[in-house]
Write a protein that binds this ligand. Structure first.
Ligand code: GRF
Length: 202
């Protein structure tokens, strides 16, 4: 049985699109059963709809400052669709310990840097400013501390001497589109587990 996956987005959704594409393969162990956005104007929502994927909009602004009320609505939607794994893909909301605990071991995120380096925002600019020779992306399990969960898969590229933030971002994004499907496969097949030691080197 394929694992039922929800992808959470806030914007462009190119990683979401890569996951949808990968999940079209008959032998892929997961299906993208739902795409949820917290923003109506997320470009990824329209793309998911065109691909025939069920979409949901849960606008965080309707819940004011009550983060947990927003997350309860999100959790209810995920459960209503019998979701087993959740992939954050450019989802720009920090999740509370309540939500993270509820989905522990079943919640993945992609971060555009070689964690534990460059947690947080503006990773490509910071990598260039630091003179990093290698940079890349990481898929990890989400824990309450931001960008700190156990690493599932990571891939690096060289930083060129003349790299600009935009050029580097473009090459990392290309890499992300290979990495996320590979990491989700490892989790869906049970090869990568939270607290299960180091995942297979794939
Ligand atoms: C990606 O760089 C991802 O690593 C980061 O946010 C960006 C989302 O891009 N978390 P997209 O919406 O998947 O195109």
């Amino acid at each position: 049985m394929k694992k039922r996956v929800a992808v959470l987005i806030s914007g462009r959704g190119s990683n979401m699109a890569a996951l949808i594409e990968a999940a079209k393969s008959a032998d892929y162990p997961a299906e993208i059963a739902l795409v949820v956005s917290n923003r109506a104007d997320a470009a990824g929502l329209a793309h998911a709809g065109e691909q025939g994927i069920t979409t949901a909009l849960i606008d965080h602004r309707e819940f004011g400052d009550d983060r947990e009320a927003f997350e309860r609505a999100l959790d209810d939607t995920l459960r209503a669709h019998r979701i087993e794994l959740v992939c954050l893909a450019g989802f720009m909301r920090i999740l509370t310990p309540w939500f993270v605990g509820r989905w522990s071991g079943r919640l993945l995120n992609i971060h555009p840097a070689l964690l534990p380096q460059f947690k947080g925002l503006d990773t490509h600019r910071r990598a260039i400013e630091a003179g990093a020779k290698r940079h890349g992306a990481t898929v990890h399990f989400v824990v309450t501390e931001l960008d700190a969960g156990p690493i599932i898969a990571q891939e690096a590229i060289d930083v060129r001497n003349d790299d600009t933030e935009a050029a580097l971002a473009e090459r990392v994004l290309e890499l992300e589109h290979r990495l996320y499907p590979r990491a989700l496969r490892a989790v869906a097949e049970g090869r990568a587990k939270l607290g299960g030691g180091r995942p297979d080197d794939d």
